[in-house]
Design a protein around this ligand. Sequence first.
Ligand SMILES: Cc1cc2nc3c(=O)[nH]c(=O)nc-3n(C[C@H](O)[C@H](O)[C@H](O)COP(=O)(O)OP(=O)(O)OC[C@H]3O[C@@H](n4cnc5c(N)ncnc54)[C@H](O)[C@@H]3O)c2cc1C
Ligand code: SF4
Length: 403
Amino acid sequence: MSGVTLDEQVRQVVQTGRCTGCGACTLLDEGLAMRLSEEGYLRPERVGASTAAPHAAREFGRACPGRIVRAQRPQGSAYHPVLGPVAGCWEAAATDPTTRHRGSSGGVLTALSAWLVESGEAVRAVGASADTDEPRRTVPVTIQSRDEALNAAGSRYAPVAVASHPRALDPDGVTVGKPCEAAALRSLAGEEPAPLIMSFFCAGTPSALATDAMLDQLGVGADETVDALWYRGRGWPGRFTAQTGGREVSASYDESWGGTLGPTVQWRCKICPDGIGESSDITAGDFWRSDERGYPVFTETDGFSALIARTPRGLDVVRRAIAAGVIEVREISADEVAGVQPLQRNRRSTLAGRLLGARLAGARLPRYRGFGLVRLAVSRARDSVRTARGTFRRVRGGAAHRS
Ligand SMILES: Cc1cc2nc3c(=O)[nH]c(=O)nc-3n(C[C@H](O)[C@H](O)[C@H](O)COP(=O)(O)OP(=O)(O)OC[C@H]3O[C@@H](n4cnc5c(N)ncnc54)[C@H](O)[C@@H]3O)c2cc1C
Ligand code: SF4
């Protein structure tokens, strides 16, 4: 790839369906900005003259998760085949009931962000929140107080490019982002000091058009003003909810994520080796209660997060947050977490099959290093072969999202 310009590299990643929409490339060139594509996914576009440094194309090749993702092996962590590096693992919840209620699961990421900025340990946190002008859409935001952290609480199942925020890489802050954003920021930082990176388990980014479809199903017209919109939280798992002109409409997590949002997850997320935030310092996920078959039960209750410290820095922050009474925890094993995350478990252990099927059908794929995908696939040989065949057919037939 040496000699290929940044623009050309970005174009190739986008055109071959490998772009996650993380936005990290816009940090390398202010003339690039993230824009919604016709299909409703965020993609980098040239909007102004290039400000790229001479080494920008090389940095892109190292950091863009559409090009390469490397599994991390931080000092002091053990590598779990499904959950990645683990230095500490807990069931956790915010001790403050409001924060716990507003969060997606236990409100742990919000509690940590609020504590770190209010104590002055971090200058700011960068996260994602509803666009104040148009809550149908999600934007990266900075958080400098508990109230701002509460406003940004809860998962948003829609495109937002947190790694495009100009402060996302500042070493005096905290950045909360999807696993691909964590990976891109970690790679961009390289040996330089990085922000504290927090991430969460992620099944992928749905199209922004799916949010519009949800509103349509709930009887909110395209021309109506939406005052507030959230996807989860305010309960566990919480409901997709929109407020418009004094009226509130909502749908269950199962109806919204399962029925409308989840099915539009972009192609790149379906071939992701890291739905679990391996490159972060701290990761949170849902610590679902499960039924007798091991599948999550979505009955509304007080939320619990699975919390994983991945690096010595992350472990130190979690331990101090426990001592300060910011979060309450119960130590658990990584196997217990993997046990209540069937999607992450199945996806990772059959991913090699999916990649093979896609490759044989002619798809161009990112390079993945150090994830042990082949070893996992061997342990699920029959499922992997079935996945390879199915993916081959879907990619050949053009049924996979390639945008
Ligand atoms: C796209 C997506 C897919 C997910 N898939 C899974 C899954 O497969 N399994 C699972 O267990 N959980 C999944 N989650 C939920 C996630 O794991 C929970 O947010 C996690 O349990 C953390 O809970 P919490 O209560 O500690 O977080 P909270 O306290 O609610 O904090 C959430 C933090 O994430 C930030 N954020 C919200 N949405 C986004 C976004 N789209 N992009 C970047 N940052 C964002 C917020 O700004 C906030 O800082 C997903 C969330 C998202 C957004
Ligand atoms: S994956 Fe991220 S860094 Fe790569 S092209 Fe897409 S937005 Fe840019």
